[in-house]
Design a protein around this ligand. Structure first.
Ligand code: NDP
Length: 246
């Protein structure tokens, strides 16, 4: 059943690279129309071209999830084009790891605004559409860092623990309305994420560790699994580590 999401409409944030890009492609392969949201419009256009060349359907909506007007425009553009929203993948994120004593407050703010507040606001904006449909699926990309805190990761941990708490609370509000919620918790995945780490010492330590890594596609398959279950099945949490990560 290669087209198990046929007719579904999915918004994917952070679709310009990494896990979001792989997820958009996988959802499109499964038959969903995908709405590609992130700041880098050129990357989104290139992805839309690839999806459409492969016979899929994509809409590009350049979006900064820290901008509430952009959030509302993303939802409006999606409903104007397709009239519904079946799947929301809140994947946009930044990981600006620093020990707190050296942390730049603007980095702490950016992590909260992208990883947590952006996800909360977009979920809030999409919810009325899903409630009207009496169906929908909210997929929030958290992390192993949403379950286990560690040194040099305090701000990032706070946002990902927040994502898990937010999602569980929303789950209790909407599960009786036919709306499903999934938290995805990846371990290390080979993407651009760590390239934005501002702290030289953290970067050097990463470079020396030579960690096993998942491919973005390994997470995308989990998201397709969760979203393509029968309506009675609500996969609430998926923790996916690379084999060998402690
Ligand atoms: P990437 O850096 O490759 O992707 C991050 C995506 O987020 C990009 O598409 C980026 O797009 C987007 N983004 C960043 N800021 C904003 C913003 N203000 N508005 C809209 N989009 C934004 O990293 P990953 O694919 O690894 O990260 C995806 C998610 O997976 C994140 O939430 C991350 O925390 C999580 N994760 C990743 C792990 C890993 O090891 N890689 C492990 C566990 C969780 P653009 O710059 O174009 O806006």
């Amino acid at each position: 059943d290669a087209q198990r999401l046929a007719g579904d409409v999915a918004i994917v944030t952070g679709a310009s690279s990494g896990i979001g890009e792989a997820t958009a492609e996988a959802l499109a392969d499964a038959g969903a129309s995908v709405v590609l949201a992130a700041r880098r419009a050129d990357e989104l256009e290139a992805l839309a071209d690839r999806i459409e060349s492969a016979g899929g359907d994509a809409l590009v909506v350049p979006t900064d999830v820290t901008d509430e007007d952009d959030i509302d425009s993303l939802v409006d553009a999606t409903t104007d084009e397709y009239g519904r929203i079946d799947i929301l993948v809140n994947n946009a994120g930044v990981m600006l790891l620093e020990p707190l004593e050296r942390a730049d407050r603007s980095n702490l703010r950016q992590m909260v605004e992208v990883n947590l507040l952006g996800l909360m606001n977009l979920t809030h904006a999409v919810l009325p559409v899903m409630q009207e449909q009496e169906s929908g699926h909210i997929v929030n990309v958290s992390s192993v860092a949403g379950r286990r805190a560690s040194a040099d990761s305090s701000g990032y941990n706070a946002t990902k623990f927040g994502v898990n708490a937010f999602t569980e609370a929303v789950r209790q509000e909407v599960t009786t309305q036919g709306i499903r919620t999934t938290v995805i918790e990846p371990g290390a995945v080979d993407t651009e994420l760590a390239t934005h780490v501002p702290d030289e010492q953290v970067l050097e330590r990463f470079a020396e560790m030579d960690l096993p890594m998942l491919h973005p596609d390994d997470i995308a398959r989990g998201i397709v699994y969760a979203t393509s279950q029968p309506a009675r099945v609500d996969v609430n949490e998926l923790l996916i580590r690379p084999t060998g990560q402690d």
